[in-house]
Design a protein around this ligand. Structure first.
Ligand code: NAP
Ligand code: ZN
Length: 373
């Protein structure tokens, strides 16, 4: 979209909302696939009886946001952001779970059908009708497009909002709502704990929290990284060993060692060294979702190994994860950035140069000047 087209789009958006005498929301949006993020005003849906309105304070920057703004499948304009914390500013008529002023956290799904077997089992992230995602999703009632947490506010159904755990730093809790639950869920599903040797591949947003979880759960934790300068950090985060994955000799020495390997790498890469590292009946769980997977199938045959994936987590599991974090004092290691620095932040994320999760301070977000009147 050209600057002129952008101006027209924003002007029409504003006049629509002014006609309705309701104030606009605003945030950081990608207007077209692959663009940089720009300030953008937009409409949020009205508060319903089982909703809360949230003033967003901190929103984490997930690599999925970067995939989304570059990908062709998104709905543009796109406001990313699916791990945020904030304060309740309004409650719907039937809400009892929250009060105005409560501190809350919201993650990467905001609704689901509520009727299918996974939903009834509180595994809403596997809803058979597909859950409503926090951004780029379609609201199940009014069909509006969901706009994410790189913004000043959000309206969410209470079932998908959580009380901020007491005693934890809010900015460092925000990433738990995606990076946290996405790594917690497979670690729990595959019963990772004492007596298990597990590998974690990639020390980024997901990977660094996975190290903390796996260590706290009692597993023997070996971390694989492509970044030599992160080796010492891995041990400080709780790993028992850290291995440079570009060292072919060290990788060859890992054969048949691991019960479980959790891969958090954001880019396509060869899985073969990791499949070889699994023991009999070992499981390789790939959390990144590359367009194609690069592996040699016979390596699954040898050792009856399993290749799988996992997607986020359900509401009960998310609460369980937050309770665990509260008990074990686990949060993300964050770098807080101003809203204006988001494009530089994405460039650093792309180069794996973040330690270890960027979080946007939403107090630095300004309403677009053109929409101020
Ligand atoms: P991130 O912070 O960018 O971390 C990814 C890490 O992968 C990097 O820090 C780097 O670690 C490693 N890496 C990057 N490029 C690599 C390459 N070419 N070869 C080998 N290693 C490489 O990303 P994130 O936010 O943790 O997300 C990780 C992936 O999970 C993304 O693809 C994201 O979309 C996906 N994700 C999936 C779900 C789900 O539901 N399954 C949910 C959230 C995110 P080292 O420097 O240590 O090598
Ligand atoms: Zn995410």
């Amino acid at each position: 979209m050209t600057y002129e087209a952008e101006e027209k789009y924003m002007a029409s958006n504003v006049s629509l909302r002014q006609h309705q005498s309701v104030s606009l929301s605003y945030g950081l949006a990608v207007l077209n696939q692959g663009d940089r993020l720009v300030p953008w005003a937009f409409e949020r849906r009205e508060l319903r009886s089982d909703d809360i309105a949230v003033k967003i304070q901190f929103c984490g920057v997930c690599h999925s946001d970067l995939h989304a703004i570059r990908g062709s499948s998104g709905s543009f304009p796109l406001v990313p952001g699916h791990e945020f914390v904030g304060e309740v500013t309004a409650i719907g008529a039937e809400v009892t779970k929250f009060r105005v002023g409560d501190a809350v956290a919201v993650g990467n799904i905001v609704d689901s059908c509520g009727k299918c077997p996974p939903c009834l089992n509180h595994e809403e992230s596997y809803c058979r009708e597909f859950p409503t995602t926090t951004y780029g999703g379609v609201d199940r009632i009014d069909r509006s497009i969901t706009r994410g947490g790189y913004s000043n506010d959000y309206v969410v159904k209470t079932d998908f909002a959580y009380h901020l755990p007491a005693g934890l730093d809010p900015a460092s809790v925000a990433p738990l709502m995606c990076a946290g639950i996405t790594t917690w869920s497979p670690l729990r599903h595959w019963n990772i704990g004492t007596g298990k040797t597990i590998g974690i591949v990639g020390i980024g947003g997901l990977g660094h929290i996975a190290i903390k979880f796996a260590h706290a759960l009692g597993a023997y934790v070996v971390v694989f990284t492509t970044s030599e300068q992160k080796l010492a950090d891995a041990l400080a985060l709780g790993a028992d060993e850290a291995i440079l994955s570009t060292d072919a000799d060290k990788m060859a020495a890992q054969k048949y060692r691991f019960d479980f390997i959790l891969d958090t790498v954001s880019a396509r890469h060869s899985l073969d060294p990791y499949l070889l590292a699994l023991t009999l009946d070992g499981t390789f769980c790939c959390l990144g979702i590359p367009d194609r997977m690069d592996f040699t199938p016979v390596l699954l045959t040898m050792g009856r190994r399993r290749l799988t994936s996992s997607g986020s987590g359900g509401t009960v599991e998310t609460q369980e994860m937050l309770d665990f974090c509260s008990k074990h004092n686990i949060t993300a290691d964050v770098e807080i950035i101003a809203a204006a620095d988001i494009n530089d932040g994405f460039e650093r994320l792309d180069r794996a140069k973040v330690h270890y999760r960027l979080v946007i301070d939403m107090a630095t977000l300004e309403a677009p000047a053109k929409n101020a009147a």
